[in-house]
Ligand binder design. Structure first.
Ligand code: DHB
Length: 307
């Protein structure tokens, strides 16, 4: 039986639902010797900001049980250099590219998006990081406020016809209300979740392992958090949901899809093996074939909740 893995989000078609997550796959060009990115559904770039950023002082990453804590501080080359050095090579990635944007004000986000629109960058859309946990200025300001999320989404919607995806934080009281604000302001999709606040302390030195003390926790430890968020969002909005958080296998991806995700992103698992996401595609096809599912879309939201 042949299974159809293609998915559509707001009219944009992807060859399969396995994407790689922002911050775990560079700008999409660095992994070429480690995996075949052309077989992935899409590559999401690390966050691009208006100005280049050095990021936070080291140590910036620590392993924890079933995951890791990072505090990178949005280190990136800035939009100008991204346009000059990465955009001309985007074909080498061989699949759809979604550029992730971060900022500290609506103006910042608009600046980056307008630059990319002006140069007619051959990307299929934008994922908007409203939820970096690791920078002081405006920390999480957008992510926790439905009204600000709505205003930002609305402003960006006026600038682009490309895919507009708002990436949500789990570090909020009601993630579904933020998703709803994004939907009502014109977002094509939401992605969930970004990292969960986390802290880990060396009991000998009494120092936290990352320099900023608190960072963002990712990996299998956060998977049930992500799945619950996707489930809650799916009960409140009609736009597609992109599931993220601790996905290491096709089975993990199916859990997210059953909870309501249309596609998923693999993040932390890339650090262990950058070929993880690619290898999940065959695994997913096998799951569909074994379960007699012809179209992946049949699975989305297919969970049978307890009464
Ligand atoms: C960073 C940004 C994020 O959005 C996140 O979830 C974790 C870390 C960062 O750049 O520090």
């Amino acid at each position: 039986m042949s299974c159809n893995l293609t998915v559509e989000i707001a009219g944009v078609s992807f060859k399969n639902p396995i994407f790689v997550a922002s911050g775990t796959f560079g700008y999409g060009l660095e992994t070429q010797e480690l995996t075949d990115s052309s077989s992935l559904g899409a590559v999401i770039t690390k966050s691009i900001t208006r100005h280049p950023r050095e990021g936070n002082p080291p140590p910036r990453i620590v392993e924890t049980p079933s995951g890791m804590i990072n505090s990178i501080g949005l280190a990136n080359m800035g939009v100008e250099r991204y346009i000059d050095t990465v955009i001309p090579r985007i074909d080498e990635i061989g699949t759809a590219v979604i550029t992730n944007i971060a900022g500290f004000s609506i103006d910042d986000y608009l600046y980056v998006m307008e630059k990319l629109e002006a140069c007619k960058a051959p990307i299929c859309g934008y994922e908007i990081n409203i939820s970096c946990p690791n920078v002081e200025a405006g920390r999480m300001e957008f992510a926790v406020d439905p009204e600000l999320t709505g205003r930002l989404t609305e402003s960006l919607r006026e600038v682009t016809k490309k895919l507009l995806i708002i990436k949500l934080s789990p570090n909020v009281t009601g993630i579904a209300s933020i998703a709803l604000a994004a939907e009502q302001a014109g977002a094509d999709a939401v992605s969930a979740i970004n990292t969960v606040f986390g802290m880990s302390i060396d009991t000998q030195s009494r120092s936290p392992y990352v320099q900023t003390n608190v960072g963002g926790l990712s990996g299998p430890a956060v998977r049930p958090v992500g799945i619950a968020c996707v489930y809650k969002i799916s009960r409140k909005v009609n736009i597609p949901i992109i599931g993220i958080g601790g996905i290491t296998s096709a089975n993990d991806a199916v859990e997210y899809i059953l909870a309501g995700a249309s596609v998923v992103q693999v993040g932390t698992a890339n650090y262990k093996n950058a070929d993880t996401a690619r290898s999940m595609i065959d695994e997913l096809e096998l799951y569909l074939a074994e379960n007699g599912i012809e179209n992946l879309s049949e699975l989305t939201g297919g969970v049978i909740p307890n009464e």
